[in-house]
Ligand binder design. Structure first.
Ligand code: NAD
Length: 434
């Protein structure tokens, strides 16, 4: 099948590479000329394990190419996938300007029946708006469908190639058949394609992210209660997670959820709900709890050093991306922690395996970055673990103790064993444990 993908971010690039790997002819388009020039040279604009090799192979085998021009990609494509950004507007709603602009640009270049698919996360009712945008610029036949993406950054290829489910939201039978056909090879062993109307598909995506965010805020709230009553949230979460009705995933206490999806999607669906006259009260709390949680670790650090200024103190931070396996720092809790620590006067030494470029773009020289995690900890008055990359899970604590000025650990992910590190002479602070 010939496919055009509009937007080469996390979603568009992974989708484009994934579809081409299954034998389709794919052209990925982006307005960002530097990004496209880089992709043409094999330079990935994002860090995602396995992506570079997948892109390279499909480019070399002639199934995948990149362009800045929608006019080169859309004519003759049977399916056009919109994978552009839907950032938060000022009121928290999803800003659809990229989606509508892309739909109009696509509409101007359709040459025959085309299925225009929205893969971006978009509010209920967007399929109708995309359809109206197309109708405004073309008389040729088209159909629209909502096909939300559920990939996780850090494991995006696996999620895309072996999806838990494929949601196809359309009222058009022909579009449904085209998309079923496109996705059939991805679900060969287990047909997990669910077809529905566009509004339900749009809401399924938000409801899924909102539910996962709810689990995170729930366990964070329980963790904070644990600290008050002397319980250990690690025990509580394990005990809860063994209940098959609950399950263990997304029950890890930490420094709050971040990233390019949960924060913005929770806010967007809250706006949708309020506008519809049915505020989602649970989500209002989920958001509030998360905002509080993002500040918690910095407050613990400040309290440890006397509750006031951190002037003269150096705090080392391990892990800056919003989660392991990615260089994405959009809405990363690390940013809130950094701002609070800087405000208190601390000097910050940071290390992340892949996010230094992104952090430098965002913060300039406000924190000092180190190539090695032990270098970042050298001379530090405290070390905070913010992102649980594998290499931070079992560090050489004896070495750390020698390198640090003061042996104080702030474990934002409950990754280390409190008894073990205390026996080694560290002062240890976790989340929701004594
Ligand atoms: P992104 O910001 O990384 O990428 C979007 C890209 O679209 C940018 O490179 C931008 O230059 C390009 N673009 C914008 N308008 C364009 C146009 N008219 N023509 C061509 N290119 C254009 O975004 P992302 O993280 O890939 O997310 C895209 C959508 O998918 C969002 O709605 C997001 O919520 C959703 N989503 C993201 C993830 C994720 O893990 N990142 C997962 C599932 C769903």
């Amino acid at each position: 099948m010939r496919i055009a993908v509009i937007g080469t971010g996390y979603v568009g690039l992974v989708a484009g590479a994934g579809f081409s790997d299954f034998g389709n002819d794919v052209i990925c388009v982006d307005l960002d000329e530097a990004r496209v020039a880089g992709l043409k040279r094999g330079v990935m604009p994002i860090y995602e394990p396995g992506l570079e090799g997948l892109v390279k192979r499909n480019v070399e085998e002639g199934r995948l190419s990149f362009s800045t021009k929608i006019a080169e990609a859309v004519p003759g494509a049977q399916v056009v996938i919109l994978a552009v950004g839907t950032p938060s507007a000022h009121d928290g709603s999803a800003d659809l300007s990229q989606v509508i602009a892309a739909a109009e640009a696509v509409g101007r270049h359709i040459t025959d029946y085309t299925v225009v698919v929205t893969k971006s996360t978009v509010p209920v009712g967007t399929a109708a708006k995309v359809s109206a945008a197309l109708a405004g610029v073309t008389k040729l036949p088209y159909a629209v469908a909502s096909n939300p993406e559920f990939l996780k950054e850090g494991d995006a290829l696996n999620d895309f190639m072996k999806p838990d489910r494929i949601i196809i939201g359309t009222d058009n039978d022909r579009a449904r058949d085209v998309l079923r056909n496109l996705y059939a090879p991805f679900v060969r062993t287990n047909d997990r394609i669910v077809c529905m109307d566009p509004k339900s598909a749009e809401l399924t995506k938000y409801a899924s992210n909102a539910y996962l965010a709810t689990r995170i805020s729930f366990i964070n709230d329980v963790a904070n209660l644990c600290e008050r009553v002397g319980a250990d949230v690690e025990m509580v979460r394990r005990g809860m997670g063994m209940d098959s009705r609950i399950g263990p995933k997304f029950l890890f206490p930490g420094i709050g959820y971040g990233g390019s999806c949960f924060p913005k999607d929770v806010k967007a669906v809250m706006v949708t709900a309020r506008d519809a006259g049915h505020p989602l009260e649970i989500l209002e709390s989920v958001h509030r709890v998360n905002e509080r949680q993002k500040r918690l670790l910095a407050e613990k650090i400040i309290k440890h050093f006397g509750g006031g200024s951190l002037a003269g103190k150096t705090i080392a931070l391990w892990g800056l991306a919003f989660k392991p396996g990615t260089d994405d720092i959009r809405e990363a809790p690390s940013l809130s922690i950094i701002e609070r620590l800087l405000e208190a006067g601390a000097v910050i030494h940071g290390h992340d395996p892949v996010a230094h470029e992104a952090i430098t773009r965002q913060l300039g020289g406000r924190i000092k970055l180190f190539e090695h995690n032990y270098e970042a900890a050298t001379g530090a008055d405290g070390l905070a673990l913010l992102t649980e990359w594998h290499q931070f899970r079992r560090p050489n604590f004896a070495r750390l103790k020698e390198l640090m000025k003061e042996p104080v650990l702030f474990d934002g992910r409950n990754t280390w064993e409190p008894t073990e590190v205390r026996e080694l002479g560290f002062k240890y602070y976790g989340i929701g444990r004594g």
